[in-house]
Design a protein around this ligand. Structure first.
Ligand code: NAD
Ligand code: MG
Length: 398
């Protein structure tokens, strides 16, 4: 990158799957990037090791007890990293005047506030945390616009679409007929749908092509991940719901496609490795080495495509339903799904009941007037939907 000094990067959720992949890419380019801040929810040991390696100015742990423990361990090692606690600290480091780029790799709606803070502060905002844009919607995009931030997708499908489009986004609407988000189909693409009631968290988290955090792994198994991605694409590329289609492509080689007005189809291909979209978000509009292996088209893997089976993946359609419903419906759907997935991982909810919770909460919880115009309003809506979801989960258990 042609800059006079190193770019200072804040990695939110640095101990997770995207967070560690981000640090892997950063480690390949010490002359271009330095780490300004790291954050994690719970794994003190993992964050400690990262802090000792990267010596960031700040480390953030939202919970005070974990932060205290990290502070003690860092002091023992003579580290100069300052440990901050409280959820507000995530927004503070994301919007810090000395930060150039923020990797949003927290999982769930908990990442919305720091994303908004980074957007309003005009940062390069690298978005892995799809739940944040699904909940934030128009408010999120307005913060990006008003803050003059550069929003770059990290989700592989959205990075693929972004890579197929010209830099000048004012031409996008004129070019795009529709987009096709590819989906691997997850671990249950070929399993008899009648047996989905017995799925265990271990089975749901065993993804055929990607190693990811537990929440997104379950979302991939239900295809709620693709549902969230449909909503994410609506905002990132300013599309109508009917301009977004989904196709199962089990090999995860084509990461998504743009179908242009003239029926030219643009696709982005590569081995399934998140370091490619991460590297592109870090270096855009340039390209840097990512560490991913190169795609070998002669390696014998055929590329195949299938329609998503509605019986097996009923959740997928909730995305278009929520996009066509009142503003805020996507935040309700996301909250229900976060609660349902957590209950499933905790063995408190059957796998096939995740959809029952999501569909039920989407139909019964409605935003109040003006609730989507502020972060506080959205968080209140999110809390109300979570409460409704927990009631449904309790009923389904009884
Ligand atoms: P993960 O569970 O591996 O990591 C999540 C990180 O966020 C951890 O560092 C964790 O400590 C932190 N965290 C969790 N809850 C938090 C909270 N309430 N407050 C602050 N920090 C919290 O998850 P992941 O797989 O890395 O996914 C992160 C995000 O990226 C998700 O939104 C996911 O959908 C998205 N994403 C992931 C992948 C992937 O390949 N893993 C691909 C595309 C998109
Ligand atoms: Mg994805």
């Amino acid at each position: 990158m042609n800059t006079s000094r190193r770019q200072r990067v804040c990695v939110l959720g640095s101990t997770g799957s995207i967070g560690t992949n981000t640090l892997d890419v950063l480690a390949r380019h010490p002359e271009q990037f330095e780490v300004f801040a790291l954050s994690a929810m719970s794994r003190v040991d993992a964050l400690l090791a990262q802090c000792l390696q990267w010596q960031p100015r700040f480390a953030v742990m939202p919970e005070a007890a974990a932060a205290r423990e990290l502070r003690r361990l860092l002091a023992e090692q003579g580290s100069r990293t300052e440990v901050l606690d409280g959820a507000q600290a995530l927004s503070d480091v994301a919007a810090h005047p000395d930060v150039d780029a923020v990797m949003a790799a927290i999982v769930g709606a908990a990442g919305l506030a720091p994303c908004l803070a980074a957007a309003r502060a005009g940062k390069r905002l690298m978005l892995a945390n799809k739940e944040a844009i699904v909940v934030g919607g128009a408010l999120f995009m307005q913060a990006v616009e008003e803050g003059g931030a550069t929003l770059l997708p990290v989700d592989s499908e959205h990075s693929a679409i972004f890579q197929c489009l010209p830099e000048d986004r004012t031409t996008w609407a004129q070019r795009i007929d529709h987009i096709v988000l590819t989906a691997s189909g997850g671990p249950f693409r070929q399993r008899d749908p009648a047996t989905l009631a017995d799925v265990t968290p271990e089975q749901a988290c065993a993804h055929p092509n990607w190693v990811m955090g537990r929440k997104i792994s379950v979302d991939s198994a239900t295809m709620m991940n693709k549902a969230l991605e449909v909503i994410e694409a609506r905002w990132l590329f300013n599309l109508k719901p009917e301009q977004i289609r989904v196709l199962i492509h089990p090999q995860s080689i084509i990461h998504s496609m743009v179908v242009c007005r003239d029926n030219s189809v643009l696709a982005q291909l590569g081995t399934p490795d998140m370091r490619v979209p991460i590297a592109y978000a870090l270096s855009f509009p340039q390209r840097i080495e990512s560490g991913a292996s190169r795609l070998d088209l002669l390696a014998g893997r055929d590329l195949s495509f299938e329609e998503a089976d509605e019986r097996r993946f009923p959740g997928l359609h909730l995305s278009w339903q929520a996009l066509r419903a009142e503003e805020g419906a996507t935040a309700v759907l996301n909250a229900a799904n976060e609660e349902a997935v957590a209950a499933f991982l905790d063995r408190q909810l059957r796998f096939d009941h995740i959809h029952a919770v999501n569909a039920g909460v989407l139909a019964s919880v409605h935003p109040e007037a003006g609730q989507c115009d502020s972060l506080d309003g959205l968080l209140a809506l999110d809390a109300r939907a979570r409460l409704a979801a927990r009631e449904r989960i309790a009923q389904l258990r009884a």
